[in-house]
Write a protein that binds this ligand. Structure first.
Ligand SMILES: [Zn+2]
Length: 280
């Protein structure tokens, strides 16, 4: 069942757990996320990044996810990830996305606030939830420790959330996109300070490779959505590489299916970790 983000994130924040958002960009990734969520009887967020428009048609992706979500009573969200273009946000909503992320993190605070406010006004008028980002979760990072100036400022977060009426806020607290060079330093004090003053669900981007204990602590502190992308791609690529190294790799349909099987298992590990399953 397709729902918006509030229907899964608000209860998650109350329970001190997080809902996983996985990037999807083709049938295999979408099917892997769907199968893992159904196997574990868990809500899930399908995230399609604006960056993947070059490899996949947004309407076709929406149709695939709608088809999967319609096959179960489990709450599932079709979310547009990291979108800088208002035009693409309109297109996504038209295609049936139930949630969008407007990424104004590279804008000045004032511009990010003003544009996010406009996006929220439009999205809420059609029942679509909005995530925004404050501070900057870096994409190209060289060290395991993110410099202080990238982190989300507490007073700005309070003002931003109250003025924009955004539904979820991605915060920069030490995580980064892509692979980490070492153990990332997560600024738990900052999460704690923001969560004490901002009651909406907080979002952690760059969930691949963050140590389990940091994830668990962040969830207790108020992080209720965690984005995972890199690690799901990595297991599929690793699987394909191993299969292609064989003398007779076989038919493409079988290779893609094997890659999907590997992704299902990896997706399950994250879902279990984020809902605090014993032994995850
Ligand atoms: Zn992100």
């Amino acid at each position: 069942m397709l729902v918006n983000m509030n229907q899964v994130l608000v209860p998650a924040r109350q329970q001190g757990i997080a809902i996983a958002a996985f990037n999807i960009y083709n049938l295999e990734t979408a099917e892997a996320v769907y199968r893992a969520a159904v196997d574990l009887n868990s809500p899930v967020i399908f995230a399609f990044g604006e960056q993947y428009i070059k490899v996949a048609n947004i309407k076709i992706i929406a149709t695939i996810v709608q088809e999967f979500a319609g096959r179960t009573g489990l709450p599932m969200v079709l979310h547009l990830d990291h979108c800088k273009s208002i035009d693409v946000i309109y297109k996504a909503v038209q295609a049936g996305f139930t949630s969008v992320m407007f990424d104004g993190s590279k804008l000045s605070f004032a511009d990010n606030l003003a544009q996010t406010k406009d996006v929220v006004k439009f999205a809420h008028s059609v029942g679509v939830t909005v995530e925004a980002e404050l501070g900057s979760v870096p994409f190209d990072h060289k060290q395991s420790e993110i410099p202080e100036e990238y982190l989300t400022k507490v007073d700005e977060a309070v003002r931003f959330v109250s003025e924009t009426k955004v539904d979820a806020l991605a915060i920069a607290v030490g995580t980064a996109h892509g692979e980490y060079k070492g153990r990332p330093k997560i600024f738990h004090d900052r999460i704690e300070e923001i969560a004490a003053k901002v009651s909406i669900p907080l979002v952690l981007h760059g969930g691949s490779g963050v140590p389990d204990e940091d994830i668990q602590k962040a969830m207790r502190q108020g992080v209720s959505k965690i984005n995972v992308n890199t690690q799901i791609s990595s297991v599929a690529v690793k699987k394909l590489k191993a299969l292609c190294a064989k003398e007779k790799p076989g038919h493409l349909s079988d290779l893609m299916h094997e890659a999907e099987e590997a992704m299902v298992e990896e997706v399950k590990l994250f879902i279990k970790l984020f809902r605090n399953d014993a032994g995850a």
